[in-house]
Ligand binder design. Sequence first.
Ligand SMILES: [Zn+2]
Ligand SMILES: [Zn+2]
Length: 192
Amino acid sequence: MLIIYLQFLCFVSGNVSAIFIYKWKGEELVKALQNDSTVYVHITIAAHTSSRQANINRTSVLFVSITFIVLMVISLTWLVFYYVQRFRYIRTKDKISRRLGNAAKKALSKIPTKNLKCEDKEMQGDCECCAICIEPYKISDTLRILPCGHEFHKSCIDPWLLEHRTCPMCKMDILRHYGFVVSSPSSVSGYI
Ligand SMILES: [Zn+2]
Ligand SMILES: [Zn+2]
């Protein structure tokens, strides 16, 4: 006598039912029947998902989760690196801008000025004017005379020089002329 407990997956099509069992269990059943043994079969419904499929699903979920976490870590690391570099670049740029501004103020203090008088050559011609504001020079105007020879209203050229540090006509660098060498912000490597 053989008692077999079967867990099965059932497939029904029309009037035909099919029961799926493991091969080794089927062979055991056939062998018992061939030996004329009495076979009692207790049939219960098995789970639809086999343990192997469950393992595969668990492995897939684990793989996707680990891949997602690794990608997140890489993205966050890159973002932190990018913003640290950007912050360092902006700080360095501000520092150099401040140094350039201070150097420009010192250079400005060395550039001579003059108050126009009636006998000055600027008052002799009728086309002498400030190239920045295009206003003709008048008596008692204060001019700034750059080392390159170009002249402008002091009130016009000073803000320009503090910002650009070069003559607007010939691009002469007043910092280089007076020996104030400050590295340019454009030479700073980094991200904008
Ligand atoms: Zn002017
Ligand atoms: Zn010039």
